[in-house]
Design a protein around this ligand. Structure first.
Ligand SMILES: Cc1cc2nc3c(=O)[nH]c(=O)nc-3n(C[C@H](O)[C@H](O)[C@H](O)COP(=O)(O)OP(=O)(O)OC[C@H]3O[C@@H](n4cnc5c(N)ncnc54)[C@H](O)[C@@H]3O)c2cc1C
Length: 446
């Protein structure tokens, strides 16, 4: 059954024939080219320091193949950008699910974070010179980029806390401060950082203090201190950098959109990007379910005389996983449709629902698969341990669950409380009126 025939009925009316063909091509490319190439990628990356200055040949070969197949830059939706491959967010969402089944799929097709979000920023907010200098090579997959917001010394899930100082001096900005979890900064091809800092720390409006600037990697005063591990994985050559800026000078032409517009930019950046992450995560959950099914039918490894699939609890794991991943997918596709019908701002609620629900669901499914493998599930012999570590971070990265839940809860409460109170009051009064009209006594109410 090909990917296009598995599109949920609810989404089918929104998917063009062209997108269906591409979806099947993406599946073929990921399952037959990317997944088998993963071991070569790791081998070419090697050991030690070499991991941070090597670009495995196999990824560049995959990129060439993907370009020839027309599988390139599908993430830039046709209704909001002119530079992409001409698909909607929903159509790309379906493709992103498949890309999420291989750690090479997104990069091979130039749909990898954080470049995707950074390209969206440049396409949406950059001026012509900035687009020429940075967007063009990013769209071609010639360079990579990083987005630097989080800082080691402040609670960064509240972005008003960000402290890196951006001071104007004549025709230059001077940057001082620290960043960490700068994903992608380890890659030798990473040539530009999008840095969020404060140009006006004393502005009375705490949402107007911040700006985003473009900083070429490797400028004097930039020190990459170390790469942070994720549960022991170094994620080389991409990496997550801890970087300091000491009197780093950039020309004023590096300012994106204008001083004080940083919040606007980060809010614009994170909308569709969250849907991309969520759909890739659905793909990871599907992959975990495939590995689970493979293990429980392994006739070499029976317990108490039976394959694991003959034990009731295991079938229940499979059934629950099927239900959960299908339900989670609908939440994401719904958010993608909502963005397509308006914009990311009008879909904030749906995006937040997907951002919170999908990683939690995928983690549950991966955990069942790990359990089914026994000790093998926690080691390097299956993709499960790495999948779990990567997806666990999504409950923190791009804002922790609690922050999204707080905003969702606040919005749901505020938008509904008055109407609900008025409706319940009216229903009680109407109920009393009907009781009295029928000769009964009115009930007592809360
Ligand atoms: C693998 C990975 C990649 C990342 N990549 C990038 C990147 O490329 N660029 C970048 O800038 N950042 C990146 N980050 C950082 C990430 O965005 C931040 O870690 C995240 O925003 C949380 O900020 P913090 O770590 O400072 O946590 P803090 O702000 O210190 O929060 C700590 C905890 O407090 C709790 N909390 C916070 N607010 C509330 C609340 N309102 N109610 C209840 N509890 C709350 C949450 O449980 C939260 O996890 C990455 C992180 C990871 C793990």
């Amino acid at each position: 059954m090909s990917a296009s025939t598995r599109i949920p009925p609810i989404a089918q009316p929104f998917v063009s024939d062209r997108a269906k063909k591409t979806l099947d091509l993406v599946e073929e490319f990921v399952e037959k080219e990317c997944v088998p190439a993963e071991a070569t990628f790791s081998a070419q990356l090697g050991e030690g320091e070499q991991r941070w200055n090597t670009t495995p040949v196999v990824i560049e070969q995959l990129k060439e193949k993907a370009k020839k197949l027309g599988l390139w830059n599908m993430f830039l939706s046709k209704s909001h950008f002119t530079q992409g491959a001409g698909y909607t967010n929903l159509e790309y969402g379906l493709m992103a699910e498949i890309l999420g089944k291989s750690k090479l799929g997104s990069e091979a097709t130039n749909n990898a974070a954080p470049d995707t979000g950074n390209m969206e920023v440049l396409a949406k907010y950059g001026n012509e010179a900035q687009k020429q200098e940075w967007l063009a090579p990013l769209l071609e997959g010639k360079i990579r980029s990083a987005f630097l917001m989080t800082e080691p010394d402040v609670a960064s899930s509240d972005a008003t806390n960000i402290e890196l100082n951006i001071r104007r001096e004549g025709n230059e900005y001077v940057l001082n401060g620290s960043k960490w979890w700068s994903s992608g900064a380890g890659d030798p091809r990473c040539k530009v950082y999008l840095v969020m800092g404060k140009t006006d720390p004393s502005n009375a409006d705490t949402y107007k203090q911040q700006s985003v600037v473009l900083v070429p990697a490797g400028l004097p005063g930039i020190t990459v201190h170390r790469m942070l591990n994720v549960y022991g994985y170094d994620d080389a050559p991409h990496g997550h950098g801890h970087i300091t800026f000491t009197n780093v000078r950039i020309p004023v032409s590096g300012m994106v959109l204008g001083e004080g517009r940083g919040f606007e930019i980060i809010q614009g950046r994170l909308g569709p990007g969250r849907i991309h992450h969520a759909m890739r995560t659905i793909g990871a959950a599907e992959k975990a379910l495939e590995w689970l099914i493979n293990r429980v039918n392994d006739d070499r490894k029976k317990t108490f005389g039976q394959p694991l699939s003959a034990h009731g609890v295991i079938l229940e794991w499979i059934a629950k996983s099927r239900i959960e991943v299908d339900a989670a997918r609908l939440i994401v596709l719904n958010a993608a449709i909502k963005i397509d019908q308006g914009d990311a701002k009008s879909a904030l609620k749906q995006i937040a629902q997907a951002k919170v629900l999908v990683p939690q669901t995928a983690l549950t499914i991966i955990d069942r698969a790990v359990q089914a493998y026994g000790a093998a599930g926690v080691c390097q012999d299956t993709p499960l341990a790495y999948l779990w570590a990567g997806i666990r971070t999504l409950r923190i990265a791009d804002g922790p669950d609690e922050v999204h839940l707080q905003q969702l809860g606040r919005r749901e409460n505020k938008s509904r409380r008055d109407a609900i109170a008025a409706k319940l009051k009216w229903q009680q009064q109407e109920s009393d009126r009907l009781l009295i009209a029928s000769g009964f006594k009115a009930k007592s109410h809360l």
